[in-house]
Design a protein around this ligand. Structure first.
Ligand SMILES: [Zn+2]
Length: 71
């Protein structure tokens, strides 16, 4: 059980590291307001719903695009 929790924490840590690597910390802070949406399939951050729709049509054409209200 403890191991399971550690694994979870390690996963979160790795995810944060990956996010920092992707954007850089200062850049991430500056853009954090504009990048609150994420692709529900691959978690790519997007500035707004329009970008999500375009991204999904291009990258995940077989996935249903969730409504804007679900973000
Ligand atoms: Zn995606």
């Amino acid at each position: 059980m403890v191991r399971g929790k550690q694994k979870e924490q390690a996963r979160e840590k790795a995810q944060k590291l990956a996010e920092n690597r992707a954007g850089g910390k200062s850049q991430l802070e500056a853009r954090s307001k504009g990048l609150q949406m994420k692709c529900p399939v691959c978690k790519t951050p997007a500035a707004n719903y329009k970008v999500i729709v375009q991204h999904m049509e291009a990258k995940h054409p077989k996935q249903a695009i969730p409504p804007e209200s679900s973000f």
